[in-house]
Write a protein that binds this ligand. Structure first.
Ligand code: ZN
Ligand code: ZN
Length: 184
């Protein structure tokens, strides 16, 4: 398969070829139909987040180069591991990318996105800027029936961020005003 990968931080992505993965256990292989470009990808590509005032948050250590970015992943299920029975070949799905270790107390309480040993798609694991992407478990897939293809991909980060913020709003009255700012 071909992937657009970081081979050197801050330098243009390069097309690399690698063997298409074969899913094992609960893994699922998606043929990528769309993959969003998040603002975080710009920083990940640099190898650091610019915090302003000359301060940097290094993130390059999380990635082994060459690394395939892309955490807003939409695709078609093309093969599944032997332990997968809840998704069908040919299904159109999006993949939840904020995957944790699955073993710590944070993961056990359902907050995998806060895990200190993350295995996130497009960050620690290869992402969606590729022909195919291997998803570690079918439980991270969502059917996006009713949502326009391409738009559904962006809901896995851009959409989820806004949705998560709105869900945290409490005690909002009918005549209150809410200011939403995108500071991605
Ligand atoms: Zn993002
Ligand atoms: Zn964990």
């Amino acid at each position: 398969m071909k992937s657009e990968a970081i081979v050197e931080f801050g330098k243009p992505l390069k097309t690399i070829e690698s063997e298409t993965p074969k899913p094992k256990g609960k893994e699922v292989l998606l043929k990528i139909t769309y993959s969003g470009v998040c603002h975080s990808d710009v920083h990940l590509h640099d190898g650091y987040f610019d915090l302003g005032g000359g301060n940097q948050l290094p993130v390059g250590a999380a990635m082994n180069l060459p690394h395939t970015l892309g955490h807003e992943i939409e695709g078609e299920v093309v093969s599944v591991g032997p332990d997968v029975s809840d998704v069908k070949i040919g299904s159109s799905v999006v993949a939840y990318p904020w995957i944790g270790c699955g073993e710590c107390s944070t993961c056990e309480t359902g907050d995998e996105h806060y895990c200190n040993a993350p295995q996130q798609l497009g960050i620690q694991l290869p992402g969606g800027f590729s022909d195919f992407c291997l998803i570690p478990d079918s439980k991270y897939l969502l059917d996006y029936t009713g949502i326009r293809p391409g738009l559904a991909a962006t809901y896995m980060c851009s959409g989820l961020t806004a949705f998560g913020a709105l869900k945290k709003l409490v005690n909002v009255n009918a005549d209150d005003h809410i200011l939403i700012m995108g500071l991605g």
